[in-house]
Design a protein around this ligand. Structure first.
Ligand SMILES: Nc1ncnc2c1ncn2[C@@H]1O[C@H](COP(=O)(O)OP(=O)(O)O)[C@@H](O)[C@H]1O
Ligand SMILES: [Mg+2]
Length: 249
């Protein structure tokens, strides 16, 4: 039931000679909701790119669903919403439905055209994320919150068991954020999906997640939100004034 869906051991990474991640060890179990927090430039997005196979670690191993990364082929089991997907300009010429359908490309290959089954999967993903009524709308003309849901639908269309989100609430208004967290809770409850979310909003995140990981090149902490707040994690990550600031609300 709670077998690891993700295991990192001794993972390091550099861009050229700039070391960005150092000796990361992390296990995420099935059904967990993990929030990864850390200051700007702490390597959060880089870590996610390594997990989803876009970057190769310099050292260490990554296992997905118990399979070593270089042998792993079942990428449809992993949904990924990259950072800043909602920063489209108005002219971007795809409809919401086309964006969601593009999430099936990995499954279909480039040459196969979508059939009835694929259309059903698109319908289902759009329904589950509450964007069915936007299907013919141009993506660049939607609000930040609407675009976010379309991209979550795109990540969910292959029915992944793990959903990975990079700063999903940036550029999304407060009301849409509330709905977004409701959607995540529903996905966990009804589909048992494992969630991995990067955010810099520590206050909000620690209210919503089951466990927290603090990253700043190294992984400083991994545990419950309660233990996170009980420890000296914020001062380690950001310096001491931040701790007082976050405790104030
Ligand atoms: N493609 C890249 N080439 C060189 N350096 C990069 C690249 N992407 C990110 N970096 C640098 O690596 C560090 C970590 O970046 P990133 O993983 O995006 O951090 P975060 O998501 O926590 O803000 C930063 O210093 C950033 O400037
Ligand atoms: Mg980032």
């Amino acid at each position: 039931m709670h077998e690891p869906v993700l295991e990192l051991s001794g993972v390091s990474f550099s861009y050229g000679d700039k070391a960005v991640l150092e000796d990361i060890n992390l296990i995420v179990n099935s059904g967990d909701f993990l929030g990864i927090v850390g200051p700007n430039g702490s390597g959060k997005s880089t870590l996610l790119k390594i997990i989803v196979g876009l970057l190769r670690p310099a050292t260490g191993t990554v296992k997905l669903f118990g399979i070593k990364r270089h042998l792993f082929r079942e990428w449809t089991r992993v949904g990924y919403v990259p950072q800043k997907v909602t920063a489209f300009n108005h002219g971007f010429p795809a409809t919401a439905e086309e964006v969601v359908m593009s999430g099936l490309t990995a499954m279909l290959g480039v040459f196969k055209r979508p059939g009835r089954h694929e259309r059903q999967m698109v319908d289902e993903a759009m329904e589950n994320t509450g964007v069915s009524q936007l299907r013919k709308r141009i993506i660049g003309e939607l609000s930040g919150g609407q675009q976010q849901r379309v991209f979550i639908a795109r990540a969910l269309v292959s029915r992944p068991q793990m959903l990975i989100l990079d700063e999903p609430t940036v550029g999304v208004d407060v009301e849409a954020q509330g709905k977004f967290y409701e959607l995540l809770a529903e996905l966990r409850r009804e589909q048992g999906i494992t969630l991995l979310m990067v955010s810099h909003d520590i206050g909000v995140v620690t209210e919503k997640v089951q466990s927290v990981a603090c990253l700043n090149k190294k992984l400083y902490f991994h545990g419950s939100p309660e233990d996170f707040w009980a420890g000296e994690n914020l001062s380690q990550l950001y310096g001491s004034p931040v701790r007082a600031l976050y405790h104030a609300h």
